[in-house]
Design a binder for this molecule. Structure first.
Ligand SMILES: [Cu+2]
Length: 484
């Protein structure tokens, strides 16, 4: 932001917070004579600037929507940072509501994590904040708003405030010819009575957490969507991914949805999964289908060895035809784009990408039981962690240096993508199957399923844990971990 743009916000005061890690300024029209000690333009220029403001997204030439985005677009720009090299990011909020930018998957202090529950300061309406942190670990991360939405479907993750954040390591093997960024996205949300939640897997696997008697009271609302895209274009409206036979394309897949788990396929091709949530997997494997929940990332290499024009997209027909797809076009091929539904047997199993062995017992085990409290028609359901909605007072206390086993017990039929802030965890068990070596920050717990993860408490500070489905998080499905 230049001086002229900045001055237009009115008298500006800046305060320093948390050992100069964070600089916040706020327009204060009631104090016209006030001189600010330090205004952003007097600091060195930030390495990155994100401006939060209304944007238009042209999904197709005739479907142009309005939302909130970053730097005039949604998704925001792909940010590239070097692992271990400190950065400054100026976030300018041109909207009328307080905002937050969360750096998903980074090991950074709570006061710059971009989370209200962790006491990160909000970016005030028409104000400015400077984040300063050292990005790590390397890999595919992303940034997005972390505000609550509640029943306002024009806030939080329902807006277009998201983008890729690549933390580059000094040693990138670069075993590919090109890379593409693919963010899965729904638009124009509306309240949807439950029962049409057809994107969650009908979990055919073991259901160790299924209660003997199911709660049959009337469930509440979920969220449905009218439009779909990959990045900012509905299928067919944007440029295809143009490829040559023999190329290896590295696909960075991000589910930037507020609430929908997705199954993604590319007929005629296989995805060789090399990383999940930005972390290299111990055992790369080729699969036909990727199942990815809100917040998750999958890095896959696709070898282009099936000339033609193909559709990469969600296997839900209505939503793929509604836009959630992108064309893969080989050179000199102009056929009708082909879609072939993946086999029903193509299930997603995290454990095939891990080592077979078990992890030794942890220092301590924390059981977490997740349940839905049906709200009845016309309201969002509530969610509990160990029988209580957020907040949990002093229930989840970590001792620095200890290794914890978190046992996630999903006593609901929905698949929940659970996210731990500021840490990664290692998958150690899924529905009774042991695994090791897979590091993630977000993991889908299948309906009535159980997932155990090991986490070393090595990032002191408040740490939010939550379901990445916005309306689940907003209605109780979160917990704050503290260090003793
Ligand atoms: Cu959830």
């Amino acid at each position: 932001m230049n001086r002229r743009e900045f001055v237009k916000f009115g008298g500006v005061a800046a305060v320093e917070l948390s050992a100069a890690r964070l600089l916040m300024s706020q327009s204060q029209p009631s104090m016209p004579g006030m001189q600010s000690a330090q205004t952003p333009q007097e600091n060195s220029k930030a390495d990155f600037t994100l401006r939060i403001a209304p944007v238009t997204v042209e999904l197709t030439p005739t479907r142009i929507l309005s939302t909130i985005g970053y730097n005039g677009t949604s998704p925001g720009p792909v940010l590239r940072m070097k692992e271990g090299k400190p950065v400054t990011v100026d976030v300018i909020n041109d909207t009328d509501v307080p905002e937050l930018v969360h750096w998903h998957g980074l090991f950074i202090p709570a006061d710059v994590d971009g989370v209200e529950e962790e006491n990160t300061p909000m970016v005030p309406p028409h104000g400015h904040i400077r984040y300063q942190f050292t990005p790590r670990p390397a890999g595919t991360r992303w940034y997005h708003t972390h505000t609550m939405a509640g029943s306002d479907l024009h806030r939080g993750a329902y807006t277009g405030q998201f983008g890729f954040l690549m933390i580059e390591s000094a040693n990138n093997p670069g075993n590919y010819d090109r890379e593409v960024f693919l963010a899965l996205r729904e638009w124009e949300p509306f309240f949807n009575p439950e029962g049409e939640d057809d994107d969650d897997s009908t979990n055919a696997g073991p259901q160790p957490e299924r209660p003997k008697t199911l709660d049959t009271s009337t469930p509440g609302l979920e969220v449905g969507y009218q439009m779909f895209s990959i990045n900012d274009k509905a299928m067919g409206a944007g440029e295809p991914i143009r490829v040559q036979q023999g190329q290896k394309v590295l696909m960075h897949l991000l589910n930037a949805s507020a609430s929908m788990n997705r199954r993604i396929a590319l007929p005629g091709h296989k995805f060789k999964i090399i990383a999940m949530d930005g972390n290299a997997v111990p055992t790369p494997q080729s699969v036909d289908v990727i199942y990815i929940g809100p917040g998750e990332r999958v890095d896959a290499i696709v070898e282009m060895n099936q000339p033609g024009v193909w559709i990469l997209g969600t296997d839900t027909d209505e939503e793929r035809n509604g836009g959630m797809g992108i064309l893969i076009e080989y050179a000199n091929q102009h056929k009708q784009p082909q879609w072939v539904a993946p086999a029903k047997s193509a299930v997603w199993d995290y454990t095939i990408f891990g080592h077979a062995g078990s992890q030794p017992p942890p220092d301590s085990t924390i059981d977490m039981i997740f349940q839905k409290i049906p709200s009845g028609a016309g309201l969002f359901n509530s969610w509990t962690v160990n029988g209580k909605e957020y907040p949990h007072d002093q229930e989840f206390i970590l001792k620095q240096g200890a290794r914890y086993r978190l046992v996630f017990r999903n006593r609901s039929e929905d698949d929940h993508p659970l996210h731990m802030h500021r840490h990664s965890f290692e998958l150690v068990e899924i529905n009774g199957k042991a695994t090791s070596g897979i590091l993630k920050d977000t993991v889908i717990i299948p309906g009535y399923g159980r997932v155990s993860v090991d986490m070393v408490a090595d990032q002191p500070g408040l740490t939010l844990f939550h379901c990445h489905i916005q309306q689940h998080m907003d209605y109780g499905f979160k917990a704050l971990f503290r260090y003793s």
